[in-house]
Design a protein around this ligand. Structure first.
Ligand SMILES: Cc1cc2nc3c(=O)[nH]c(=O)nc-3n(C[C@H](O)[C@H](O)[C@H](O)COP(=O)(O)OP(=O)(O)OC[C@H]3O[C@@H](n4cnc5c(N)ncnc54)[C@H](O)[C@@H]3O)c2cc1C
Length: 431
């Protein structure tokens, strides 16, 4: 035990309870299993032509394809995905769709003090626009505009709540979500919605196809060539797309541009999912507002309910894998899942009988400024964004519009932002 044990350590449950809670869990992503029928899109096997080629079938690539078609329905858009739509971060995240496009107010104000008010407004407009799209495009992604509840679990965290607009005392917090660890809290009723992450990715795929986007899975892009004279070509293992413009939406995976080689590093984040709670278990914790729950610890936890009243519990450990690569073997880390289970049971001792059914992990797309960076390359033919640092569910929708603005060559309020024009320092860790 450390010199100053945390609240979770001081209230740690019997290790036998932790072991029991995990014994039936499987190493599998709940969301991907729960997403329902998944259409398969054929690989690219024959050369083709496009006005816009999007590389990557996570949220960023999908939004870019959808928005491109909505802007100009006549253009030909091809999306190439190395594996399957939404298998990576987009299908395995916590599903907190936050208004912030700056990884929170503190980070945003510290880095862009002069334009923070605009960034805050643009982020809120993006979340409201997202909600409109969920309705207009009939995105069946279990959208719930619940807001968040941030809780203090240590005395020293109380002062961090001092400026929060909707402060709650310990009794008020516990009336929302009951845990003996919660000392106080703050509600942000309007800044966040919860989604089913994998369903969101699949639904964006469906909408993209409805709009005429050609999607190819199992089509890893190996190179993008932009000769001074002649057309841009995007190469997969088996074929090639000749294209006018390219969006690179490959997130934390090996970048296709040399200049981005050292810009992001994967940091593994671990997640547990419980079995569905019974009516008695639900009434033992409350959570009638169904808010996204976070604590104020430096190594924070995040937690939420699913549509069938399971609890997702993730965060705390942030593990940089040796070699700095995204590899499946980093997803099994028994000590991280055991730590999470222990912290969960310390938080909710009234749920001591609850079992976890799924355990998984994913690579957080970390960059040095903690929020995405943007750019144009190769004489304006390629646009890219990456580095959402664990807050990309909402911000990728905003980023997709930035990339399309940049490719259009026009100056827009988005392209003029320092947030868009400045490149962060590289990270040093990637192999
Ligand atoms: C465990 C976890 C929890 C998270 N929780 C939250 C949360 O609650 N809220 C939040 O806002 N954010 C969260 N995030 C972050 C969020 O999921 C990401 O920021 C977001 O999904 C990034 O979307 P993306 O499209 O950029 O990347 P991805 O979803 O990683 O998609 C990139 C895609 O590009 C493909 N690709 C890569 N290289 C190639 C290539 N050469 N050719 C073809 N395809 C290629 C990949 O196969 C992949 O499908 C979390 C992330 C993780 C891992």
């Amino acid at each position: 035990m450390k010199a100053h044990p945390t609240a979770y350590e001081r209230n740690a449950p019997d290790p036998a309870l932790v072991e029991r809670s995990l014994q039936d869990s499987r190493p599998a992503v709940f969301w991907l299993e729960d997403a329902g029928a998944v259409p398969a899109y054929a690989p690219l096997t024959a050369p083709t032509r496009a006005d816009l080629t999007v590389v990557g079938g996570g949220y960023l690539g999908l939004w870019a394809a959808v928005q491109a078609k909505r802007r100009n329905p006549g253009q030909r858009v091809v999306l190439l995905e190395a594996q399957s739509l939404g298998w990576a971060a987009s299908g395995r995240n916590g599903g907190f769709c936050e208004a912030s496009i700056t990884h929170g107010e503190e980070n945003g104000r510290a880095r862009w003090p002069d334009e923070y008010d605009d960034l805050d407004r643009l982020g809120r407009e993006n979340l409201d626009g997202f909600e409109r799209d969920v309705k207009d495009l009939a995105l069946d992604c279990q959208w719930e505009r619940t807001g968040t509840l941030a809780v203090a679990v240590e005395e020293h965290q109380l002062e961090w709540l001092a400026d929060a607009p909707h402060q709650l005392t310990a009794a008020e917090v516990r009336a929302e979500i009951d845990s003996p660890l919660f000392l106080a809290g703050a509600l942000s009723p309007d800044d966040c919605a919860l989604v089913h992450p994998a369903r969101l990715a699949l639904e964006l795929g469906r909408v993209a196809v409805d709009l005429g986007v050609e999607i190819h899975e199992a089509s890893r892009v190996t190179a993008v060539r932009t000769p001074r004279r002649g057309a841009t070509t995007v190469h997969t293992d088996r074929s090639v797309v000749t294209t006018d413009r390219v969006v690179l939406a490959t997130n934390v995976f090996r970048p296709l541009l040399r200049r981005n080689r050292f810009m992001t590093v994967p940091v593994y984040d671990y997640v547990l999912m419980t079995e569905p709670l019974s009516a008695e278990q639900m009434s033992a914790i409350g959570w009638r507002g169904r808010q996204g729950l976070t604590d104020l610890a430096n190594q924070f936890h995040y937690s939420r309910l699913t549509a069938d009243n399971r609890i997702l519990y993730g965060g705390y450990d942030a593990v940089y894998p040796p070699g700095g690569r995204v590899e499946q073997r980093h997803e099994e880390r028994p000590q991280s899942h055991a730590t999470l289970a222990s912290h969960f049971l310390a938080t909710f001792p009234q749920l001591a009988d609850l079992r976890f059914t799924h355990r998984w992990a994913g690579a957080i797309d970390t960059c040095t400024r903690f929020t995405a960076f943007y750019g144009l390359a190769r004489r304006g033919r390629i646009a890219y964004a990456a580095g959402f640092t664990g807050l990309g569910v909402g911000a990728t929708r905003f980023a997709a519009d930035v990339l399309l603005d940049l490719l259009s060559g026009e100056s827009t309020p988005r392209t003029e932002l320092q947030l868009v024009r400045q490149r962060p320092l590289p990270s040093s860790g990637r192999a």
